[in-house]
Design a binder for this molecule. Structure first.
Ligand code: ADP
Ligand code: MG
Length: 227
């Protein structure tokens, strides 16, 4: 494991208001460190706070208490514009539902995150093709999402998450809608990505994914138990 720290989160508390008076303590004093090229599994039952933690670490929401340093800078103090930049340039997302764009081909879906940039289109295409090759999808590049299996769609989504070369990938139940064999394939792909230098943080309630992780962090009722 690299000694360099990519993310250092300390004493995170997240309290949601539900209705007029009820408070939900979704995270209760959670601290963790993420190193480059490390695969961390956030494991716990439904409602234990996994998605909440991913949302805080990825700058989609702010904690009620606590700090989150990304390469030494506390992102909880950042402006919305800085957080947008962080999500755009540093972070990749993979969700349970892959949310590909129906009227674009697999190749175009992978290219989408680079459309608003100044990178020449030929370069974008080359990168997208390389990523599809890495995901073992090269023969599917002209297919539309509805012509692809669930596992293939998830691999397109993973290639899309990778095209901006994020430092860290957050994956929320990435195998949740897949059969176990296809889910294992996604995990193997994530592992390859991880070994090439990207940190990967996966939230799951699926115990069988633990074997892929360098480290598992167990959440229960918003609290952490490392093992
Ligand atoms: P997990 O991803 O492990 O299933 P979540 O992080 O989604 O858990 O939820 C943790 C707890 O916080 C749950 O009790 C959930 O109902 C609550 N919660 C999550 N998001 C909100 C929200 N936006 N408003 C109110 N309560 C929420
Ligand atoms: Mg969740």
């Amino acid at each position: 494991m690299s000694a360099e720290k990519l993310i250092v989160a300390k004493n995170l508390v997240k309290i949601y208001k539900r209705g007029r008076s009820e408070m939900v303590r979704a995270l209760d004093n959670v601290s963790l460190e993420v190193h480059p090229a490390e695969m961390i599994l956030l494991y716990g039952p439904s409602g234990s706070g996994k998605s909440t933690l991913l949302q805080l670490l990825s700058g989609m929401d702010k904690p009620t208490e606590g700090t989150i340093e990304y390469r030494g800078q506390d992102i909880t103090t950042w402006s919305d514009a800085d957080l947008t930049k962080y999500r755009r340039d540093e972070v990749g997302f993979v969700f349970q539902s892959w949310e590909l764009i129906d009227h674009l081909t697999a190749l175009e879906n992978v290219e989408v995150p680079l459309y608003p940039t100044k990178i020449p289109s030929g370069e974008v295409r080359t990168k997208a093709i390389q990523l599809l090759r890495k995901m073992e999808l090269l023969d599917r590049e002209e297919h539309y999402p509805k012509e692809l299996s669930g596992g293939e769609q998830q691999r397109v989504a993973l290639a899309r998450a990778l095209i901006k070369e994020p430092k860290v990938i957050f994956a929320d139940e990435p195998t949740g809608n897949l059969d176990s064999e296809t889910g294992e394939m996604i995990m193997r792909m994530l592992k390859i990505v991880c070994r090439q230098g990207t940190a990967v943080i996966i939230a799951t309630h699926n115990e069988s994914l633990r074997k892929y992780a360098d480290r598992t962090i167990k959440l229960f009722d918003g609290k952490m138990a490392r093992n």
